[in-house]
Design a protein around this ligand. Structure first.
Ligand SMILES: NC(=O)c1ccc[n+]([C@@H]2O[C@H](COP(=O)([O-])OP(=O)(O)OC[C@H]3O[C@@H](n4cnc5c(N)ncnc54)[C@H](O)[C@@H]3O)[C@@H](O)[C@H]2O)c1
Length: 434
């Protein structure tokens, strides 16, 4: 069997699992996908894609014959030795990662029989605290599955460009015990031509947590600089450009705005802070990163209040709701805090998002949803750009000005052209901009 075409299992068919499955199918591997959500598996079998991710539908369709969907982990065990685990690890009330789905997968692998742990490996794609691999290895021993190998292979894809990220990763991190399973994972990824970081399990787990914490720190840092810019008359866009051209700093993740959200940064930063705290170490920097982010989501409220002289009875249009463009993911989106705060202060909120409305309706109640950007801004006293969807960046601001009742545009992502907005006779206010 050619290693590059080895059949694999993928447990969990969410954003990470589906993209991983489609990506490996594209590389020529047969992929056995398993999920406990029977409705989702039914949809996937019918060729329906339960999430919005650019390029994913085409990739899944093109590799239809290599992709198999089931609710029974035995199907994956029967066909593949490597089981990629991509189940959710949401935060618990304590801020630790909830590993119950990971443990459920480990528990579902039988201890004996023809499809037993022997000869199989769990390849962890889910983001888990440092030490999870070691703990699972102990559990395997207790459950009579010490033959089950374990590899940490953290995932770095970004929603919105996940397919691209899978096919062109910056690096592939493989943490293992130097056994066959780590070698097999390296062979699977080899056709992508990315550098490998082959290391121990704990270090691989920490690479993921530290990477997300660092990126979140960069965002909170530039947001604080933006806030100081507002006090001092500097423009954060100019400042970030000047900083980012320094190769040691880099341009990415230096866009000031209304804070980070999504299914990863908030929970992973919390989980790392908690992991440190559980070991008796107070991670002061991350405490500040989290607090800055929370305050940043609320900064728009202060700006609206200042311009509108209070929010009670005012009509505010939110353009975009997803936590970032090109995804329908609403988890920890800044729009959740913003819409709740606006309503608490008595504002009437109308929102538009080109893709995330269905997800948003489950989480954001009490607001009106418009079918178009112009529908959202009709009669509004103020417009807030929350998510920088391409469609929203291309708005005709003269038409917006004619449709609104007021004239205030708050650019929560510093993504609009201030001259175009002002040229339409509107008042432009960004985050940390002159
Ligand atoms: N979404 C991202 O951008 C991203 C990026 C990198 C890493 N991660 C990490 O990857 C993991 C998965 O994230 P996601 O966004 O794909 O999650 P998701 O919620 O979209 O998908 C998780 C899937 O796992 C399924 N599942 C839960 N328990 C199961 C079980 N016992 N057996 C089989 N399936 C089960 C769920 O039904 C769901 O379909 C998380 O740990 C996350 O932190 C996510």
């Amino acid at each position: 069997m050619s290693a590059a075409r080895e059949p694999i299992g993928v447990i969990g068919t969410g954003y990470v699992g589906l993209v991983t499955a489609a990506g490996f199918a594209e590389l020529g591997n047969d992929v056995w996908c398993v999920d406990i959500d029977a409705a989702k598996i039914e949809r996937l079998r019918r060729g329906e894609i339960p999430i919005y991710e650019p390029g994913l539908e085409e990739l899944l369709a093109r590799n239809e014959t290599r992709l198999h969907f089931s609710t029974d982990i035995a199907d994956a065990l029967g066909h593949a030795r490597l089981l990629f685990v991509a189940v959710g690890t949401p935060p618990t009330h304590s801020g630790d990662a909830d590993l119950s789905a990971v443990h459920a997968v480990a528990g579902a692998i039988p201890a004996s029989g023809s499809t037993a742990g022997e000869g199989h490996a769990l390849v962890m794609k889910s983001t888990v605290p440092c030490g999870t691999g070691a703990a699972l290895r102990r559990v395997f021993g207790e459950q009579g599955k010490s033959g089950l190998a374990y590899v940490s292979c953290p995932e770095f894809l970004k929603e919105g460009s996940a397919v691209e990220d899978f096919l062109h990763p910056d690096r592939v991190v493989v943490g293992d015990e130097g056994d066959w399973a780590g070698d097999a994972v390296v062979e699977l990824y080899r056709p992508l031509g990315a550098p490998f970081v082959r290391t121990d399990i704990a270090s691989a787990e920490m690479v993921k947590l530290a990477s997300n914490a660092f990126l979140a720190t960069k965002i909170s840092f530039i947001n604080e600089i933006a806030n100081v810019c507002e006090e001092t008359g500097a423009d954060v866009v100019e400042v970030a450009r000047g900083m980012g051209l320094d190769e040691r700093i880099g341009q990415k993740f230096l866009q000031a705005g209304i804070g980070y959200g999504g299914s990863c940064f908030p929970k992973d930063v919390d989980a790392l802070k908690q992991l440190a705290g559980n070991s008796g170490y107070h991670f002061q920097l991350l405490t500040a990163v989290i607090e800055v982010n929370e305050l940043q989501k609320r900064r728009v409220i202060g700006k609206l209040n200042r311009h509108l002289g209070g929010l009670a009875g005012k009509r505010v249009a939110l353009l975009g709701l997803a936590f970032k463009p090109n995804t329908d993911d609403m988890r920890e989106a800044s729009s959740l805090v913003l819409s709740a705060r606006l309503q608490a202060d008595g504002a009437h909120v109308t929102a538009y998002d080109p893709i995330a409305e269905e997800q948003a309706r489950r989480l954001v109640t009490g607001i009106a949803y418009a079918e178009s950007p112009m529908g959202a801004v009709r009669g509004a006293d103020a417009v807030v750009l929350v998510t920088e969807w391409g469609e929203l960046l291309a708005l005709d601001w003269k038409q917006v000005a004619e449709t609104m009742a007021g004239d205030l545009v708050i650019d929560g992502r510093n993504a609009l052209d201030p001259d175009a907005v002002r040229g339409a006779g509107l008042v432009y206010e960004g985050i940390g901009r002159r």
